[in-house]
Design a protein around this ligand. Structure first.
Ligand code: AMO
Length: 461
């Protein structure tokens, strides 16, 4: 019994240690400090980025999500307690520092922190498998195996701060333009973008799929009379191939707009939204862009528009063999990106009027020439980042097109049925958040723009 008692005491003791309250309230983030705060006492929360010991003099570089700061620990200028604790520190431990800002022209930022108290909140239990300071480089696979640590790197977190600005800006843009935010099901009964890359899921006694796009449901919301809707949510694609541009789960920024006259009405809304997002990054993420060494320019609207057939001709002139019926391949897209940059000094441009054969059943045919469609892609530096177009809103034409694509109208009854009841002409687009981020920041792999990428060979972490 006595033994049980002491065991319980030990557990309580350990728990109390683990749950020890944080002693002070944070006053600043690292990037809010400057030499102007000289002799002020501040409290910082963060991680031990670097440690350097010169015997009686030790340096701790503290990192929080905003940046780095130097803590200088002279044996003679701090309490014995503080010095002892600094001796116990290990790289990447989580600590609280209470200290004084002191001007010092020799310190990296012209000031340093002289600590009065240091609380060891969580000491690292083993050396991190990757180097957060990036002095020792790691390959992408190793980095992704250790993604929560990789994301601690200032340069990597800069990417996701910028991504946050992008999705925020786009959400704001939609709200300011009278869009209603919607949330559509991700477990669905049919493939919308062609059956090849759809994930099947067992749904009780039926087969279902993970949504490749909110396509049919965003359209149904216009059938329902909501006029302008948007959704920012995951979409799933069972891409078999590991490419630098594909992931199996991506964030799709979708919009759908009613009462349009053609796909041009959709393109105008899209290009202004893209410009607004880029301008927001320019305004809000100067530090992050500098850290990444990326220079971006505010694009001017309208973006250049190219007809699909015109693109084929341009690429043929460069010696590429292409037909007017097939989609562009990656190489063609890249070549076009180069041409657009060289000849027109533009990185964002539309390709419109794709051939009927390469677009899904719901795409409106071009009344001028039904071999082509009222559809478009938005290209950014030689990569498609958005697809969109006008949709079919006429019931009979919709059924005809479902059949023409060798699909079964019965399977799409849950959708097509409601086109019998007064549907305005409409269109929309789907913009891939990761591809947009990747191209904006000149990243060479879409995984760099995805927090926890899902790929052919990876479902963890
Ligand atoms: P689409 O299939 O072209 O169109 O997809 C639209 C955009 O989504 C992004 N995307 C991807 N990003 C990363 N990995 C993938 N595997 C992946 N697949 C697609 C791209 C692409 O441009 N329903 C239509 C959109 C519409 O017409 O509204 C659709 O889904 O950035």
């Amino acid at each position: 019994e006595e033994c049980e008692m002491t065991q319980k005491d030990e557990v309580i003791q350990t728990l109390k240690q683990i749950c020890e309250p944080i002693k002070y309230k944070r006053t600043h983030y690292c990037n809010e400090l400057s030499e102007e705060l000289d002799s002020e006492t501040v409290i910082l929360y963060g991680w031990v980025h670097k440690l350097r010991s010169l015997g009686k003099l030790k340096f701790v570089i503290l990192r929080d999500r905003s940046g780095l700061v130097q803590i200088t620990v002279h044996k003679n200028k701090v309490s014995k307690d503080v010095f002892d604790r600094v001796e116990q520190l290990k790289i990447e431990s989580a600590i609280v520092v209470k200290g004084k800002v002191v001007k010092n022209p020799q310190a990296p930022k012209k000031f340093e922190i002289i600590p009065e108290d240091i609380q060891l909140v969580s000491i690292t239990k083993s050396a991190p498998p990757i180097d957060i300071t990036e002095a020792v480089p790691a390959n992408l696979d190793t980095r992704l195996d250790n993604r929560p640590l990789d994301l601690r790197k200032p340069r990597i977190s800069a990417i996701f701060k910028i991504q946050s600005t992008i999705s925020n800006a786009i959400r704001q843009y939609f709200h300011e333009n009278s869009f209603i935010e919607i949330h559509t099901p991700k477990i669905v009964a049919e493939a919308t973008e062609g059956g090849a890359n759809v994930f099947k899921v067992k749904y009780f006694e039926w087969d279902a799929y993970l949504a490749q796009s909110p396509q049919l449901y965003k359209q149904l919301m216009l059938v329902a009379g909501y006029d302008r809707v948007f959704e920012i949510a995951p979409a799933y694609r069972a891409e078999e191939h590991n490419t630098p541009r594909h992931i199996n789960e991506y964030i799709s920024i979708d919009a759908e707009i009613a009462w349009i006259n053609s796909e041009e009405d959709v393109m105008r809304i899209l290009e202004k939204g893209v410009k607004f997002a880029i301008d927001s990054v320019l305004n809000k993420n100067k530090d992050e862009l500098e850290l990444l060494g990326v220079e971006i320019k505010s694009p001017s609207v309208p973006f250049k528009r190219l007809k699909f057939t015109q693109v084929v001709d341009m690429l043929r002139d460069e010696g590429k063999e292409l037909s007017y019926e097939d989609d562009l391949d990656t190489e063609g897209e890249k070549l076009l990106g180069k041409i657009m940059k060289e000849r027109f000094n533009t990185e964002l441009y539309f390709i419109k009027q794709y051939p009927e054969g390469v677009r899904p059943f719901y795409t409106m045919l071009d009344p001028e020439d039904p071999r082509y469609t009222r559809s478009f892609d938005l290209e950014f530096k030689g990569l498609e980042i958005t697809t969109g177009g006008q949709r079919i809103h006429d019931y009979d034409l919709l059924i005809e097109r479902i059949k023409a694509k060798n699909l079964n109208p019965k399977s799409f009854r849950f959708y097509a049925e409601f086109f019998k009841y007064g549907v305005p002409p409409h269109g929309g687009f789907g913009l891939g958040l990761e591809r947009f981020t990747m191209k904006l920041l000149n990243l060479n792999n879409i995984r760099e723009a995805t927090l926890f990428p899902r790929t052919r060979t990876r479902v963890t972490p």
